[in-house]
Ligand binder design. Structure first.
Ligand code: ADP
Length: 400
């Protein structure tokens, strides 16, 4: 059976999913797993969709294995353990930045890799790891087609006004503009919403991707009109460890008065801020919810308050809203956060049914709420696999 692998490579982890093509050409998840703690004490786990452990491996503290070494190990294992005759025909990658040029997924070749390499300064914590995985696989299996799926692509055609910072035009022209991210997640939400409620999918919807990284996207008829992340994945909402929107004067102060270097400021804003920074306890929403500390309560309150404020801002970009969709780790599971955000938006006509909310039901709004509120689990891996098949089909003229 033919299969497609989705890869999502971060700084210290690589998530992978294996989808098989069934008789009708639909994708069925077959297995998935994670390489974690890269650079510290790497572990690899893979499970079948039924939950059976396929692979479990751990290296000791200080093992200096890079992304490429661990992917080579995974491929060697896959080569020795053919997954019930599944034949991998392509690998799809999440690539965080497609810049101004790429509005759709692309088949990887040397020229594309060079262009994507040039975008590394725009996403220094993500892009290099995305490309390292592509390079590692090209070296291991040069014949295997690889497809780059961009997190920015979904926002590529948003109105110019949603792409500009109020800075001199020359800087915008050299790429200092609002790109937006989490596009693969939003694309998947659009597909699912069209199945669940086609009329709503055709209207004005704000999707709230609330995970460790968090952003909102304002969509009109399934197209991105505005979004909270901007030039980098730091902008917008408060996140697990990222600060979200911040007065640029703070950056100047940290540099000029506190003598912090660019690397220290980067570390502060990406890794030590957000829920972690405000609570001083954890970046994990579940840990904070279980804590009695007032700092944890304040961090949760700030998270919800900032999210609600940004929903209201995006409602203006849309000229009103017909629906809100919550997704990702917090959005899909945390009824308390959804309730806090929605109650702050009551003036916009948002009224949720608390019973349905606690049940994480697809529709959590009251029947007479002018704004529909839904919970839809996202699946970026499936979106990558779908794009990969599609690009492959276009490249080959047909998909088997
Ligand atoms: P990412 O993919 O960006 O790493 P996730 O989408 O997995 O992040 O989201 C992680 C966040 O979701 C964490 O803050 C975690 O506490 C929260 N989360 C996951 N499951 C639950 C749950 N059942 N209840 C509340 N929060 C949850």
């Amino acid at each position: 059976m033919k299969a497609v692998v989705s890869l999502n490579s971060g700084s210290s982890s690589i998530k992978f999913s294996l989808f098989v093509l069934d008789g009708e050409g639909a994708l069925r998840l077959s297995a998935g797993g994670k390489i974690e703690k890269i650079g510290i004490a790497p572990t690899v786990t893979a499970r079948s969709v039924e939950g059976g452990v396929l692979l479990e491996r751990a290296w000791p503290d200080g093992a200096t294995l890079a992304h490429a070494d661990l992917l080579a190990d995974l491929f060697a294992w896959a080569g020795d353990h053919p997954l019930e005759g599944q034949e991998i025909i392509a690998i799809g990658h999440r690539v965080v930045h497609g810049g101004t040029e790429f509005a759709a997924p692309r088949l990887v070749d040397t020229a594309l890799l060079e262009k994507l390499e040039a975008l590394c300064p725009l996403a220094p914590l993500h892009q290099p790891h995305n490309l390292a995985a592509i390079r590692a696989i090209a070296a291991l299996r040069p014949e295997l087609p690889q497809v780059a799926c961009f997190d920015t692509a979904f926002h590529h055609d948003k109105p110019d006004i949603a792409s500009r910072f109020a800075i001199p035009r020359a800087l915008h022209d050299q790429g200092i503009r609002r790109y937006g991210f989490h596009g693969l997640s939003y694309e998947y939400i659009v597909r699912r919403l069209a199945e669940i409620d086609p009329a709503l999918a055709d209207g004005r919807v704000i999707a709230a991707h609330l995970g460790n990284g968090a952003s909102l996207c304002a969509m009109q008829a399934g197209k991105s009109v505005d979004t909270t992340m901007g030039f980098t994945a730091l902008d917008g909402l408060m996140m697990g460890t990222r600060c979200g929107s911040i007065d640029p004067g703070v950056v100047l102060h940290l540099q000029a008065q506190l003598g912090m270097s660019p690397a220290e400021i980067e570390d502060l804003f990406y890794k030590k801020s957000g829920l972690l920074g405000v609570s001083g306890i954890s970046s994990d929403m579940r840990t904070l919810a279980a804590s009695d500390a007032p700092e944890a309560a304040e961090a949760i309150d700030l998270f919800a308050c900032r999210a609600a404020r940004e929903v209201a801002a995006l409602a203006t970009s849309l000229g009103g809203i017909d629906g809100i969709v919550f997704t990702a780790g917090i959005g899909e599971n945390d009824a308390d956060i959804r309730s806090r955000i929605c109650s702050r938006l009551a003036w916009l006509g948002v009224r949720i049914d608390e019973l349905a909310n606690v049940g994480n039901c697809p529709r959590i709004s009251m029947p007479d709420s002018p704004v529909a509120v839904l919970v839809i689990p996202t699946d970026e891996e499936r979106m990558i696999a779908l794009h990969t098949l599609n690009v492959l089909g276009n490249a080959l003229g047909a998909v088997a």
